[in-house]
Structure formats: C-alpha cells, structure tokens
Design a protein around this ligand. Structure first.
Ligand code: HEM
Length: 184
C-alpha cells in the first residue's frame, strides 16, 4: 500500500465507493433434482483499499467490498461474499477477486468500456492461469468450473449478472445471480 496520503485515482471504480442497496435480486441455485429460484435483497459496501505495487513494475488500485445477501422468503442471510475490485491504469485491466465461505475463491479478469451515464465491466475466469481455488470437498462434490460477471453503472443504477458454472449432483449447472442496486 502507498504510505503517502496522496489521493488515489480509482478510475472507473471510483463511482462504486459507498453503500449500495437493492431488493430486486434473483438467485438461480442447484438442488439435487431441481432448480431453486430465490428472490433476495442485499447490501454491498465498497471501500477504498489504496494502491499496491507488484514486483516494482505493476501498479494496481483496489476497492474492498462486502456483499450481504438476504433471502426474501425467510429474512435470513444466505450469502456472504467479500473481495476486491482492482484496476491497472496502465493496461486498463480490471480484476475481481472474491471469496465465499463455502471454501471457494475466484479471480476473474477483464476490462471495461464507458456507456451512456456510466460504464460496463466484464470479467471472467477464461484465460491461461488457474483462477479458481476450492476445498477438496467442493472440488469433488460441487466444483466451480468457471465464473463470469457483468457489472454495469448507468445513471446511478448499479446492476450485475453473475454466472457460476458448477459441476454438482452429476450435472452441469449454471448458477446465476442478478440484481439492481442504488446508493444509500
Ligand atoms: C448473490 C450471490 C449468490 C447467492 C445468493 C447464492 C446462493 C446460493 C444458494 C441458495 C445455493 C444452493 C444451496 C444452498 O441453499 O445453500 C448456492 C449454491 C452454491 N453456490 Fe451460490 N450464491 C451466490 C453466488 C455464488 C458465487 C459467486 C459462487 C462461486 C463463485 C457460488 C458458489 C456456489 C456453489 C459452489 C454452490 C453449491 C453448493 C451446494 O449447493 O451445496 N455462489 N448458492
């Protein structure tokens, strides 16, 4: 982390800083013989994590985030996710690292482009390097094969679509999550 107090340029990530809330979430999740559809509401808090220099040659700026997701039908938290969004100003690359408390971590890479009233970011685990780390149990029983996410900001509305391809219950399952959020 930079030890100077100079303002950090977070580029396209700047507008994310703060607390977002959305209650139009839909989760499509696997069950042994069926598909579960779970409406949800959530809060995502993005906070500044400053900049880092890797091997004295790559500079990244990062936001930390914490996402708390509540199932509407029960009022209980059923998903808790944390990680970083990173931007490399030199290459314009975006990275998203995430951890969920099932024993699964993901690093998804991609880029962004501006659009009317904001931007669109696309990241995925496609690429040359292993980008998914998971426990032995999850690797054997509920393997995450790939992950992709589109995050969009348009005139104050933050929306996302996540697709997590799972190998579970003897079949391939596209576990999807989507929502629209507004700043609080
Ligand atoms: C808003 C985001 C998400 C929500 C609300 C959510 C919710 C769920 C739900 C309801 C299940 C079914 C099993 C259960 O009832 O606990 C499930 C399964 C699973 N999810 Fe998610 N999920 C989200 C994001 C993710 C992400 C980002 C990953 C990994 C990259 C992930 C990985 C898994 C895995 C591996 C399973 C299979 C485990 C099992 O069913 O035994 N999920 N998720």
């Amino acid at each position: 982390m930079s030890e100077e107090a100079a303002a950090v340029d977070y580029g396209p990530l700047q507008d994310l800083i703060g607390t977002w809330y959305g209650d139009k979430g839909v989760d499509i999740a696997p069950e042994p013989d069926e598909t579960e559809r779970n409406p949800y509401f959530e809060t995502i808090v993005f906070s500044e994590a400053g900049d880092v220099e890797n091997a004295e040659s790559e500079t990244l700026v990062a936001l930390h985030y914490h996402q708390i997701v509540t199932r509407k039908s029960t009022g209980l938290v059923f998903h808790n996710q944390t990680g970083y969004w990173m931007w490399n100003a030199e290459t314009d690359m975006i990275m998203h690292s995430l951890t969920i408390p099932r024993g699964v971590c993901v690093l998804a890479c991609g880029g962004w482009k501006s659009q009317e009233g904001g931007w669109v970011i696309d990241v995925s685990t496609e690429g040359d390097f292993p980008a998914i780390a998971e426990s032995v149990f999850m690797n054997q029983k509920a393997r995450t094969k790939s992950f992709s996410m589109q995050l969009q900001l348009a005139n104050g509305e933050l929306s996302y679509r996540m697709s997590t391809m799972l190998d579970i219950y003897g079949r391939e399952f596209d576990h999807k999550d989507m929502n629209r959020l507004y700043k609080r």
